[in-house]
Design a protein around this ligand. Structure first.
Ligand code: HEC
Ligand code: HEC
Length: 200
């Protein structure tokens, strides 16, 4: 009943037409994710999407939609994507080339590089590079971390199990990362976030 009413509303007719073009949607994403998808340091840190792996972007949009990944804003956004729009937007963001926005405490970066390259053997933490790649570019479902916002990376690592993999009966790729996030202390998360956020 509600759906029928909505689709008859004058505003709905407009958004189902030309306003749904790829460029319009891309502009909408840019409102929050920054003009080149470089991320935005606002009230919440909004992640960089520039250069991000297409498969990772599509996976996360699905995870928001299915509420496996908890975020009210992106749940709404993902609801508005139909057909192959998610794939087309992912390709656009993947192709965007832009320098990191920076701003991380650089005093932590050396310790962060050590964790990234070698892990933390005494805590059984695997090297980030083993999965995310030696230059943090990611591959497939494993995200690029290079240039990602410092605040965002810290925030994700310390909140992992509260936000990701929220439907126990539907285990997903977030499980691969869970033990790593769980083992890092806040200061270790800050160090590795400082390092990756400055990588191009
Ligand atoms: C109103 C602001 C807003 C808009 C518009 C928006 N996003 Fe987001 N997006 C966010 C926030 C905030 C997050 C971080 C969520 C979190 O902390 O988990 C996010 C996260 C994401 C992520 C996860 C990135 C990662 O590194 O895991 C993807 C993918 C994404 N957005 C894609 C899009 C796309 C595609 C669009 C346009 C169709 C879009 N977003 C529009 C605010 C927005
Ligand atoms: C065994 C492979 C593996 C290792 C080792 C690993 N990761 Fe990950 N990481 C993943 C996968 C897979 C994802 C995507 C999870 C998802 O789909 O929710 C991910 C996601 C992430 C994210 C979320 C990015 C975003 O945009 O939201 C961060 C941050 C991250 N990893 C940091 C690290 C750090 C730091 C280390 C090293 C201390 C590390 N990872 C080690 C596989 C790994």
């Amino acid at each position: 009943m509600l759906i029928v009413a909505c689709s008859l509303a004058p505003g709905a007719a407009a958004t189902a037409g030309p306003a749904e073009s790829l460029s319009e949607k891309f502009a909408y994403c840019q409102d929050c994710h920054g003009p080149n998808g470089q991320g935005y340091r606002g009230f919440y840190p909004i992640p960089r999407l520039a250069g991000q792996q297409t498969q990772y972007i599509e996976n996360q949009l699905r995870a928001f939609l299915e509420r496996r990944r908890k975020n009210a804003i992106m749940l709404n956004v993902a609801h508005g994507l139909h057909g192959n729009m998610a794939a087309a937007l992912a390709a656009r963001f993947n192709a965007a080339k832009v320098a990191p926005i920076g701003g991380a405490p650089q005093t932590l970066a050396a310790q962060g590089k050590d964790i990234f390259d070698h892990g933390i053997p005494e805590k059984d933490v695997a090297a980030c590079a083993a999965c995310h790649g030696p230059a943090a570019q990611g591959t497939g479902e494993i995200p690029r971390l290079a240039g990602q916002l410092y605040e965002y990376v810290v925030f994700k690592l310390v909140n992992w199990s509260k936000e990701r993999g929220q439907i126990a009966s539907q285990p997903d790729t977030s499980l691969i990362m869970e033990p790593v996030a769980h083992s890092l202390s806040r200061s270790e998360a800050q160090a590795v976030a400082a390092y990756v956020s400055s990588l191009r």
